[in-house]
Write a protein that binds this ligand. Structure first.
Ligand SMILES: NC(=O)c1ccc[n+]([C@@H]2O[C@H](COP(=O)([O-])OP(=O)(O)OC[C@H]3O[C@@H](n4cnc5c(N)ncnc54)[C@H](O)[C@@H]3O)[C@@H](O)[C@H]2O)c1
Length: 442
């Protein structure tokens, strides 16, 4: 048995509403997947909250419960779904359009999916050049739209009899923006909302609405959204946990699995060329150079942070890293990502690694939406507010406390996540030192 819990976690009883701005491929694959798992039609593969275990105590104790049995979490039956989109399609129609899941599966959950209808979106084409839709709020300032979103959220909560809510941004990638004066304080940001400041993109208005109401917020896309001081401060004030950015799914997931291994063995790297072909709406949006720039920044950051060329100049100082994404409609959601990796070993002798990952983007992203929603709800119930760095595991550009560099190594991220869960449950954190098994550590 572990020590007494250090953290008091409020009850998980009641209904948890999961709201997604953006109800496209990822969001509908997530919702449909939960509904299917609920009916026993398929298994929630890829989800730590549903399938993951966690070791407690010594290896000799064989105490390895499911994560969901260690920390109190709602069951899939207690989840309710809602969201916003610029298109009026209900979740069944949107899932059909996305073309990720088979019709045979979708038809078995058609009634539940059809009942989920997107609320009118806060949208501005200036921030996502390739999209146009009619289901949008109009005639107000950014401040008005924030109030409308908060009213939508209240209404959703009442109508669906929810006890708690979480918001996960599953909308399109917006153009590249950097934090400016308007993002520095809550006052400046609220002023900016009232003045329709161009530095405030729609995803920031959703993030503001959620965080203002104390609702946990995760950002699945690479755009800033909540990643700036004004919303950090607001989240601490209102007690909202948050994390972002950009679901870590296909190629970047592979990168953060492989690169730590190369570094751990002190193998050098000359170059890493990554290219993708992708044919879904996300691919179309990323065909716009301004949206691609946001994605590129997010994808490029990982190698630099994992390999630390400043600490290992002989191995990584000359590394050339290039990422391309090309929109190629015939592939739909079934992306192909190629990586050519030029490495070198003993005495500088060169070698190559080639990866051809035929992945399914939304199949990889859907369990992340579920886990982020459930872990953020847990964080909220545990009184953890502000940036949740322990959820970096799921993200390509993790938000971290100002002054810290992000931790990208998937294995360190996994350890951080599991130790946070142990900490919440009052169990001892595991260092992997193994001092209990050998007497020379005394
Ligand atoms: N699938 C993945 O593996 C993956 C990985 C990392 C990040 N992402 C990001 O997740 C997001 C969703 O991906 P997707 O494949 O579902 O894309 P998608 O194009 O199928 O869906 C995005 C939806 O967001 C809607 N939308 C855009 N702006 C909106 C706004 N302001 N308010 C409400 N709705 C809005 C669009 O109309 C669209 O239906 C994208 O930003 C993508 O870059 C996806």
């Amino acid at each position: 048995m572990g020590d007494a819990p250090k953290v008091t976690i409020a009850s998980h009883e009641g209904r948890l509403g999961i709201l997604t701005p953006g109800m496209g491929a990822v969001s509908t694959t997530f919702i449909a997947g939960v509904l299917a798992a609920r009916k026993g039609l398929a298994k929630p593969i890829g989800s730590l909250t549903q399938m993951g275990t966690i070791r407690l105590g010594k290896r000799t104790e064989d105490n390895v419960p499911l994560i969901k049995d260690l920390v109190p979490m709602p069951s899939l039956d207690d989840l309710v779904f809602g969201g916003w989109d610029i298109f009026e399609d209900n979740a069944y129609e949107a899932a059909k359009n996305a073309g990720v899941l088979d019709n045979e599966l979708l038809d078995q959950i058609k009634d539940e999916l059809s009942a989920i209808k997107p609320m009118p979106a806060v949208f501005d084409k200036a921030y996502v050049k390739k999209l146009d839709g009619t289901n949008v709020k109009s005639g107000g300032t950014k401040w008005d739209y924030a109030q409308h979103l908060m009213a939508d959220i209240e209404k959703f909560k009442t109508e669906n009899n929810c006890d708690r809510l979480v918001m996960v941004w599953c909308g399109s990638t917006e153009i590249f923006l950097q934090p400016g004066d308007v993002h520095q304080t809550v006052e400046a940001f609220e002023e900016g909302l009232k003045n329709d400041d161009p530095g405030i993109a729609p995803s920031m208005i959703y993030a503001y609405a959620a965080i203002k109401m104390g609702i946990p917020y995760a950002n699945g896309a690479p755009n800033l959204s909540a990643d700036f001081p004004a919303l950090f401060d607001l989240a601490k004030e209102t007690g909202a946990p948050h994390c972002g950015k950009d679901f870590k799914t296909g190629q970047t997931l592979m990168k953060t699995i492989l690169a730590p291994g190369l570094k751990a063995r002190m193998l050098g790297l000359n170059g890493w060329f990554s290219t993708n072909i992708l044919g879904n709406r996300d691919g179309e949006v990323l065909d716009d150079p301004e949206s691609f720039k946001t994605k590129e920044e997010s994808k490029l950051g990982v190698l630099e942070h994992i390999l630390q060329p400043d600490k290992y100049p002989d191995l990584y100082a000359d590394m050339y890293h290039k990422v391309r994404i090309n929109y190629y409609p015939p592939r739909g959601d079934n992306k192909e990502g190629w990586d050519n990796i030029d490495i070198f070993g003993w005495l500088g002798y060169p070698m190559q690694i080639k990866i051809d990952f035929l992945c399914r983007d939304s199949i990889l992203a859907a369990p992340i939406v579920l886990d982020l929603a459930l872990f953020l709800d847990l964080a909220k119930r545990a009184g953890f507010s502000g940036i949740q760095e322990w959820l970096s595991f799921y993200l390509k550009s993790p938000t971290v406390a100002p002054g810290l560099y992000p931790e990208h190594d998937l294995f360190i991220q996994s350890m951080k996540l599991k130790n946070t869960l142990r900490y919440m449950a009052g169990e001892e954190e595991i260092t992997h030192l193994g001092a209990d098994y050998y007497d020379y550590y005394q």
